[in-house]
Write a protein that binds this ligand. Structure first.
Ligand code: WT7
Length: 650
């Protein structure tokens, strides 16, 4: 994995950068370390506060943090109203292209009016600060409008990725006790309509808390509307006032809950709040993306993921930037769609995932080479480790060796980028996210929590930071146990990492039962629970196996009920079953039928062993005799270690 090569920031880039040298980075880092309160207060000073805070960080009730205590602010105000008295009022806030080549541009004023109108519509339905709303939308500007309107009123939103199933949607609505769902008739993906409203209808059969559904008409797909519950977006926002004052919200008001996979079958609702989150995403927009007034910035993430929250909507708009949104697939109608978009809209900062990059490499260089990519000045990567080969291709074929690459490490829980090069300051090494950002104390520690100077260990964060998750929705115990118990006083990321002689961090991936498929997090237990709900399945174990394109792929070991015979047809049926229950991204790569699952004496499934089998031995062909691998023999030797490794979560 490690590469000795080092790439200095191009001199031309450094000369114009917000942070123009490594010495400047180190100065910022030292300042934040020496006096964090002063440092973060200065960053928060870039924002509008209806009322100033009295305390920067209250860590007295750790691990439950409060930032900018007593302060009152509003995300929507900071993303919109704050820009209106400036030249940005008629600047493009969102530039959008549909998969079918439709184009829309919303200036800051236009976006402001849309958000106000929609917020008034929400008020009309009786929504108020403290309520929870689900957003289940395709990648259209209205998704951002819905988020900003909720934020304007203090309605906590939870965006559910449009690719998730009705079942996944239902779990989230129920956990959140949401009273409203905002959705669309359908979205477009590879030329096909992806229906959203029918999934909402299906999930609402078991969600009594939901009183209203708002449906945005994206395609005009025939849609059944339930009278009294369902409303068309356009009907609600026609003839309504274009002014809606932003609520002065407490700095710790919950802005959103975003569900992510943990080590159990039940997704956890990561809670992010207002003032600290906003302060941090704005600061990182400048540090990491070196954002300038002239940039046209494109982050390819869907709004269903945290990247879409922080770096498609809130970060860029708080910075007054032009954020580009694309509705569809990268290979539609051909594999050059992204490069075509970069050329057409003169994108200058481009942020995508290693999975996408690997897929592009496979399609050959003719696609990017057929387009003018000279508008690009900075490239970013997020979601999983980027292998040096992919990094170099990105650097050469897309960046023409001119654009720095920022490999950004962070998590749904961290709210913003924590470890990343600063493009004008930090020399990069392909495959390393380099150094923590100012204000972030990231350490690699051994089993006992002692810092490793050079070498491998667990990645932890030793100080609170403004955009950290505050809790798990409705489950503070899970928050404490899941993140703060393994290494007392420190936040455990769940990642293993190496730290090298330059203090550079190389993230190695998860050490828990979480897998990262194409940059999207899934819990092995979630897939297992889905499999055992199938009538033919007795037991299931799921592990991640390295995959050339997706980073990791889902491998399932399934023991069938007595009397049921494994067949290719059953493999297909089970794969479709999981895809239907969770969403297409959870569709297993491979299903192996086994007579029994290997377990420890305490009955815990030996996932580590199964991982080893799928990583080092070929599982192609018939593996129904898994025990022949000497499973039983190995069990007694490895059982102990497995218990130790996973000991923190019994
Ligand atoms: C996990 C978090 C942050 C938005 C997307 C994923 C892995 C993330 C990197 C990177 C190596 C990375 C980690 C992390 N990860 N970025 N630059 N290099 N690994 O968010 O679903 O919360 O997943 O993704 O394993 O813990 P997420």
């Amino acid at each position: 994995m490690e590469s000795k090569e080092k790439f200095a920031p191009p001199a031309e880039f450094a000369a114009q950068a917000h942070v123009p040298s490594f010495a400047d980075y180190e100065r910022l880092y030292a300042a934040a370390l020496a006096d964090p309160d002063k440092f973060w207060a200065e960053r928060a000073g870039d924002l509008h506060w209806f009322q100033r805070w009295t305390q920067v960080c209250d860590w007295s009730n750790a691990p439950f943090a409060k930032w900018f205590v007593g302060g009152k602010t509003n995300l929507s105000y900071n993303c919109l109203d704050r820009h209106l008295p400036t030249a940005r009022r008629n600047k493009a806030a969102i530039v959008w292209e549909g998969e079918n080549y439709e184009q829309r541009t919303l200036t800051y004023q236009e976006l402001y009016r849309k958000v106000c109108k929609f917020a008034n519509a929400l008020k009309g339905l009786g929504l108020k600060s403290g309520d929870r709303a689900i957003i289940y939308m395709p990648m259209v500007p209205e998704a951002a409008v819905a988020m900003l309107a909720c934020a304007r009123l203090g309605v906590t939103h939870s965006v559910v990725f449009g690719g998730f199933s009705a079942e996944a949607l239902k779990t989230r609505i129920q956990d959140l006790e949401a009273c409203l769902v905002i959705t669309a008739d359908a979205g477009l993906r590879r030329g096909k309509e992806v229906l959203l409203k029918p999934a909402v209808d299906e999930s609402l059969a078991d969600c009594p808390t939901v009183k209203n559904v708002i449906v945005y008409k994206r395609l005009g797909t025939l849609t059944q509307m339930k009278s009294g519950r369902d409303h068309w977006w356009d009907d609600l926002t026609t003839g309504i006032s274009e002014e809606c004052p932003a609520e002065p919200l407490d700095s710790e008001h919950p802005l959103y809950v975003l569900y992510t996979s943990g080590t159990t079958g039940k997704p956890k609702g990561v809670v992010h709040t207002t003032g600290g989150y906003l302060t941090y995403v704005l600061a990182t927009m400048k540090w990491v993306f070196d954002l300038k007034e002239e940039d046209t910035y494109w982050c390819t993430a869907d709004i269903g993921w945290v990247t879409g929250h922080s770096y498609v909507v809130y970060g860029p708009l708080a910075a007054g930037a032009t954020t580009f949104m694309y509705e569809g697939a990268p290979d539609w109608p051909k594999w050059d769609r992204f490069w075509r978009l970069i050329e057409k809209y003169r994108i200058s900062v481009f942020y995508t995932s290693p999975t996408a990059i690997r897929a592009f490499i496979r399609q050959g260089d003719d696609f990017p080479n057929g387009h003018d990519l000279s508008s690009l000045r900075l490239l970013g990567s997020v979601g999983e480790p980027i292998n040096p080969t992919a990094w170099k291709w990105y650097h050469t074929t897309i960046g023409k060796e001119r654009c720095p690459i920022v490999d950004t490490w962070w998590q749904t829980e961290t709210g913003g980028i924590l470890i990343s090069p600063l493009p004008g300051a930090t020399p990069t090494k392909p495959g390393s996210a380099t150094r923590p950002l100012p204000g972030i104390v990231a350490e690699v520690v051994d089993d006992k929590g002692e810092p490793v100077k050079i070498g491998k260990g667990f990645l932890v964060l030793s100080r609170p930071w403004p955009s950290m998750l505050r809790t798990i929705y409705g489950n503070p115990e899970r928050f404490k146990a899941g993140y703060w118990s393994r290494f007392p006083g420190k936040y455990f990321t769940g990642d293993a990492a190496t730290i090298d002689e330059d203090g550079y961090i190389w993230c190695l991936g998860r050490v828990d039962d979480v897998i990262n498929v194409a940059g999207h997090r899934l819990s092995t237990m979630e897939v297992e629970s889905s499999l055992v709900r199938h009538k033919s399945v007795a037991e299931a174990a799921v592990v991640g196996a390295p995959h050339e394109m997706k980073g990791e792929a889902i491998y399932c070991f399934v023991a069938l009920k007595t009397g049921v015979n494994g067949s290719d047809a059953l493999v297909d049926e089970l794969r479709d079953w999981v895809a239907h229950e969770i969403g297409a991204l959870a569709k297993p790569e491979k299903i192996n039928f086994v007579a029994a699952l290997p377990k420890t004496r305490s009955g815990k499934i030996m996932r580590r062993l199964l991982r080893e089998i799928v990583t080092t031995k070929s599982v192609a062909g018939d593996t129904s005799t898994l025990e022949d691998y000497g499973v039983i023999l190995k069990l007694s030797q490895e059982g102990k270690e497995e218990e130790e490794i996973l000991g923190e979560k019994k």
